[in-house]
Unconditional design. Sequence first.
Length: 410
Amino acid sequence: MGLVQVAAIVFFAALYSLTPKAFPPDVPFEPVPWTLSIYAVFTLLRLWLAVRRRLRPWFLRLSVIVDISVLMVTIWSFHLQYQAPPALYLKAPTFMYVFILIALRALRFDALYVLLAGGATVVGWLLLVAYAFYYGDPVVTHSFVDYATSYRILLGAEIDKLIPVVLVTLILAVVLLRARRMLVSAIAEHQAATELARFLDPEVATQVRASELGIAPGEGMIREAAVLFTDLRGFTALSRTLDPRATIRLIGEYETLLVPVIQRHGGSIDKYLGDGIMASFGATRPSPTYAADALAAVQEILEVIDAWSRERAAAGEPAIQINAAVATGPVLFGVVGHESRLEYTVMGDPVNLAAKLEKHAKQEQSLAVTTAEAVRLARQQGWIPAATCELRLGRAVEGWGAAVDVVVLG
């Protein structure tokens, strides 16, 4: 607000200096330069306090009174400048600037300051009318022509000037009150939405926010994707030796390490499965490198878990190992659940196969496995294995009806 006031002072000073004057050059007193100078000093003081974060409510209210008072004193001084009866200033168009001062207070987004500005304007103008009536030599008239062509006072015209001031003030105050309530409500809802978004994958949260017609169960689409499952090996036995807080802390560390790796490679977290994670690549958002991204994520996960396990061993804590598996193919990405509780998820054969391969990894004496098809696709998409991959043909995977060509990754 202070910057706006400084800009206004500069504008009006330039306007006053450049435009032709409506008074003789030999007038004994020019109020506008004095008014602008005094107002500039006060405005700069106010701006300095604002920059230093020292503005107090009483000073802000004083600023409103000073703004209106400076304008009213300027208008009052016109009869001195032109050496005419006080009734002269009642016809000054300068009065219209009160609407700028009232609207300026709306920048604080607080109706109190608008009401204060409007009230000060009414009081100030009534004082000017009273001064012109009692200290001039006015003749009250009921003729608008006499009022417009003489120094006579038409009380109805002065009241007419105040009615728009009162109405504009009240309308602005009501608008600000409504806008402030909406703003507070919007901030609260945004904060709640931000917190809720933490329970969703960022890609899913983006889709929810972008949905214009609302989310309904049964909506979905088929996409080529890769599905990743990870699981802490031996977690059930390990958790029996830990207290609940230590168990939750262990899972938290595990997820803190893996989730950024998955997201860095373009994966989306579908759900947390206790000590396991289900993620997809290319399902929530189409990707031409979904298979390469998934296998690159697995390679980095193995490196991260290995480093974490060595840190734990050095600290005298049990070492950690994981199972990880990737499967590729067409998946259904969509919304399931009831209207009262919806969930975005990925469904299809790759999901079922990846879940079963994750359990199967232990039988292969491996930390991570995938399918030969996933490796073929990943190579086509630019994936380069960090170590030798071993192909094992025709493996029987529990719960899967057909033999699977498995590739051991770690």
